[in-house]
Design a protein around this ligand. Structure first.
Ligand SMILES: [Zn+2]
Length: 140
């Protein structure tokens, strides 16, 4: 369970894998870009420097580019859909996954920089850390 894969896709803190990165569920579409300033469980900063998430845009761009290509190729060539129907379906899929993918890209970028620390996770589980409640911010 203590893997980067878990942290990235469960949108958990890269350091302790306990605290959430975002204050609302991805598919609730409420406050889609409101991210905590730090981990509510272990106080790991989520905004270590101004413009930190600039790199996450490249992860998002590369991932979504190949995803869109794959979806349209599948619909056109495997299911033999028309070009219009393929792109209409793609737009619907992308509209649904947009917030989630934005968050996964940020989570992946945060996981590139920070790694899992078992001792921090153990301290969180034992209730040894006192962390101020995080604020949420809507910017990079
Ligand atoms: Zn944490």
């Amino acid at each position: 369970m203590a893997s980067k894969f878990y942290s990235i896709f469960a949108l958990k803190c890269p350091t302790c894998h306990r605290g959430d990165l975002f204050s609302t569920p991805s598919f609730s579409f409420r406050e889609p870009f409101a991210q905590y300033t730090h981990c509510p469980a272990c106080a790991q900063p989520y905004f270590p420097e101004p413009g930190f998430y600039y790199g996450a845009m490249f992860i998002s761009y590369i991932g979504s580019g190949f995803f869109c290509l794959g979806v349209v190729m599948f619909l056109r060539w495997v299911l033999d859909w028309s070009m219009f129907a393929s792109f209409a379906a793609l737009l619907a899929i992308v509209a649904i996954l947009f917030v989630w993918w934005f968050r996964v890209a940020r989570s992946a970028y945060l996981n590139l920089v920070y790694g899992f620390k078992p001792e921090v996770a153990a301290a969180v589980d034992a209730g040894k850390l006192e962390v101020a409640p995080p604020k949420t911010v809507n910017h990079t």
